[in-house]
Design a protein around this ligand. Structure first.
Ligand code: LHQ
Length: 258
């Protein structure tokens, strides 16, 4: 249900239930989680590229998948706690860049997982749909946290209450994603970006990600303190030494990710 391929420092994870537009069932959740856990523990993995097989990125929760723990009444909280929240925490907590290539429609949790990645590109034909409202649910997978931060409350509420599809170009102009890309160019461009990041100073990237995410809950003074602490750590990395040496030698740095 998830294809995993490793090349030049990039772990490519492809959601692979194309006949269901890569809707999430338990099996796909566990496979994707295993991919992100590998990205965490394997030092050779220096960036992740998340994408989908077929014409969709992901249609969110598989609505045909019944919760076996739900008993008579469905317990969606259990599904969220067991599957979605751990995945979102893994993506945000991974101290390596996560690039997302949205190859087609991204609905419900599928959209919010894409918005939780570090750099998200989307095919020009892709659409983002906060589909939750259509079935009486609230946005999950971090959507209620990410959307207002990325686009402000007015747009966040309109997107979630109307469930109207948003095209990739508008998503990019609103700051929900990094860039909309021609369909035919998406995978090449996303892989090139992931490979470039994988050749970068991974330690510094991880600390950058941590710092930017921490800002949401910090005062300015707290953030300055955090920058001091994380810069101290970055300054002790081999890649910092290499970066400065390469600059002074007027050559390209060869970062090792340490
Ligand atoms: C699907 C799905 C799908 C199953 C397309 N499930 N089969 C968390 C915790 C617990 C519970 C609930 O939810 C959550 C979080 C969530 O993600 S809630 C939101 C769940 N997702 C949705 O409500 C989106 C449902 N899908 C759609 O609205 C449409 O399929 C979109 C707009 C994504 C795409 O429309 P089309 O391009 O017209 O494709 P389609 O509807 O014809 O779908 C193609 C096939 O994929 C079709 O199967 P079939 O056998 O008829 O070819 C769909 O039934 C299947 N599929 N989404 N979520």
């Amino acid at each position: 249900t998830v294809l995993s391929a490793f090349e030049t420092g990039v772990l490519r994870l492809t959601l692979n239930r194309p006949d269901k537009l890569n809707a999430f069932n338990e099996e796909m959740h566990l496979a994707l989680r295993a991919g992100f856990e590998r990205a965490h523990s394997d030092d050779d993995v220096r960036a992740v590229l998340l994408t989908g097989a077929g014409r969709g990125f992901s249609a969110g929760q598989d609505l045909g998948d019944r919760d076996p723990h739900g008993g008579g009444t469905p317990n969606l909280g259990h599904t969220i706690e067991t599957f979605y929240n751990p995945l979102l925490r893994l993506i945000r907590g991974l101290e390596k860049p996560v690039v997302c290539a949205v190859n087609g429609v991204a609905a419900g949790a599928g959209a919010n997982i894409a918005f939780a990645c570090d750099i998200t590109l989307a095919a020009r034909s892709a659409r983002f749909i906060q589909a939750f409202a259509k079935i009486g649910l609230i946005p999950d997978s971090g959507g209620t946290w990410n959307l207002p931060r990325l686009v402000g409350e007015a747009r966040a509420k309109a997107l979630t209450l109307t469930a109207e599809p948003l095209d990739a170009e508008t998503a990019a102009s609103w700051g929900l994603i990094w860039r909309a890309v021609d369909d035919a160019a998406l995978m090449d461009e996303a892989f090139a970006l992931a490979a470039r990041l994988a050749a970068g100073p991974t330690r510094g990237f991880g600390l950058t990600k941590r710092a930017i995410q921490a800002a949401a809950t910090h005062s300015f003074d707290e953030q300055l303190d955090l920058e001091r602490d994380l810069q101290r750590e970055a300054g002790r990395s081999a890649d910092y030494a290499e970066g400065v040496t390469a600059f002074l030698d007027k050559r390209k740095p060869e970062f090792k990710g340490r």
